[in-house]
Write a protein that binds this ligand. Structure first.
Ligand code: ADP
Ligand code: F6P
Length: 325
């Protein structure tokens, strides 16, 4: 009888720690005497039959690397039934029964579809810098991203203070304010604007003017990409005239937040979740996502992880606003 096989792919927006998760899943599979394939370019590689047999050495020296050595893609064909049927055929012809999908909620939506339509057992590993996935306290990549943002803001703060300037800094988070909230708190921002809260631009201006009149030289307002204000450039245009005696500057941190060597916390999380994903598959459990809650590995159905929204903790938001100045 052919040995059981599993496949691993990374999909959607890359996140630091994806490589550590791949490495962990490969090694866990090999240690359980399972044949392991890596699929290049996410779902595109499933459709294009781009599979690589993995051995223990194939994942050496990647735990510290950002990005994804398996490469990622946004794949329109996988959104179609025909695309998923081709993908399933390519898995089945190699006797691959289990698939580890490392990515965000879009990737999990695709994963659930191929599971339901073709009986492929899939386990999701949450990896996105946005941290916006239900069923885990943290996603792989978030810790690295917030540390990157914090370092960048510290640097901007040096020049802001020297020149008596106000900076609007935009960070990633299409739908969620986790990065802005955590990094904004950690870097001592004067205000933090996130999509989970209403943004009152008039109030913001009066508060910043008030802080300035009380002698605060420099200020940094951290703005999540998905905030209702519509982005930092619009916000700067809207407020510039009303912000008395302050020179306004804008910085969009952009994709630098997605790169870099993963932090220890992200590597450890990735190691735990990569192993857990393979263990679940080998136990015959599919259609779930692995994550951590209160330091323990837990599983959530993919359907629930996709459907429910993860929101920043209300007390975190309260604390952040309590100490901004
Ligand atoms: P992320 O996983 O980071 O949220 P995307 O939302 O871009 O990233 O999704 C990654 C890929 O998952 C898409 O390019 C597509 O191939 C697949 N995908 C996303 N949504 C669906 C869907 N509704 N049906 C099938 N596949 C999907
Ligand atoms: O990974 C999620 C994310 O970082 C979002 O916050 C951002 O809007 C998006 O990716 C941008 O991704 P891309 O440039 O790859 O489309």
């Amino acid at each position: 009888m052919a040995k059981p096989s599993i496949a691993i792919l990374t999909s959607g927006g890359d996140a630091p720690g994806m490589n550590a998760a791949v490495r962990a899943a490969v090694r866990a599979g090999l240690n359980a005497d399972v044949d392991v394939y890596g699929v290049r370019c996410g779902y595109q590689g499933l459709i294009d039959d781009d599979f690589i047999p993995m051995d223990a050495k194939s994942v050496s020296h990647i735990i510290n690397q950002g990005g994804t050595t398996l490469l990622s893609a946004r794949c329109e064909d996988f959104r179609t039934e025909a695309g998923r049927a081709t993908a399933a055929e390519n898995l089945k012809k190699r006797n691959i029964k289990g698939l580890v999908v490392i990515g965000g909620d879009g990737s999990f939506t695709g994963a659930l579809k191929i599971a339901q339509e073709h009986g492929i057992s899939v386990v999701g590993v949450p990896a996105t810098i946005d941290n916006d996935i239900y069923g885990t306290d943290f996603t792989i990549g978030f810790d690295t991203a917030v540390n990157t943002v914090m370092e960048a803001v510290d640097k901007i703060d040096d020049t802001a203070e020297s020149h008596n300037r106000l900076f609007f800094i935009e960070v990633m988070g299409r739908d969620a304010g986790f990065i802005a909230l955590h990094a904004g708190m950690a870097s001592g921002c004067s205000e933090i604007l996130i999509p989970e809260e209403e943004t009152d631009v008039k109030y913001l201006v009066s508060r910043l003017n008030d802080l300035h009149s009380r002698g605060k030289r420099s200020m940094i307002v951290m703005v999540a990409e998905g905030d209702q204000c519509g982005g930092v450039f619009k916000l700067a245009r809207q407020t510039e005239d009303a912000l008395k005696d302050m020179q306004v500057r804008v910085t969009v941190l952009g994709h630098l937040q997605r790169g870099g060597s993963p932090t220890c916390a992200d590597r450890v999380l990735a190691c735990r979740l990569g192993v857990a994903a393979v263990e679940k598959l080998l136990q015959g459990v599919g259609g779930v996502m692995v994550g951590t809650r209160n330091q323990q590995v837990v599983t959530t159905s993919l359907a629930e992880a996709i459907e429910k929204k993860s929101k920043p903790d209300e007390d975190m938001i309260r604390v952040a606003h309590t100490i901004t100045y």
